[in-house]
Design a binder for this molecule. Sequence first.
Ligand SMILES: [Zn+2]
Length: 198
Amino acid sequence: MASQEIEQLSAALARLPGLGPRSARRAVLWLVKNRERALPALLEALDAVSETLVECQTCGNVDTRDPCGICADPKRDAKSLCVVEDVADVWALDRARLFQGRYHVLGGRLSALDGVGPEDLNIASLLVRVEEGAVDEVVLAMNATLEGQTTAHYLAERLEPFSLRITQLAHGLPVGGELDYLDEGTLAQALRARRPLS
Ligand SMILES: [Zn+2]
């Protein structure tokens, strides 16, 4: 029977996605064994992140600075905007540098069931960005779920008055699939084969 402190650490880690109690216990065991080397680095990294984490006021990404690293990168194509549901999608698409433009995080998807309407998402700020910036293309990278596609169609309608190319991720996305869970090959293929929204 481990002490209360060790149990608490296990319980906290077990709440992380992809872990669960068994993996959490293994992680704690590893940390205990390697405490001199691993614990200070982990504590320092957690502390640094918790002190500096902010939401980017431009795109909604979460980073340690505002504007975020992507918005602040001058090498990124500001004319191309990829709209995603969640921060996790930015990270998934950006892991392999698949997309050279910038992002806009909606903060969810339209859902009649959950009572999420357009005003609950970062849509107004998207329209402002499109209106103020010289945006040529908007890639609607919603999840291949019913709600994701409803959101994409709604956005396409709102974006129609602007003269820009509106594209959508292509096939290769499994139905019901969430971007965050896809491998980079599937994501790359879907992005390369993006097509105009009909
Ligand atoms: Zn940003």
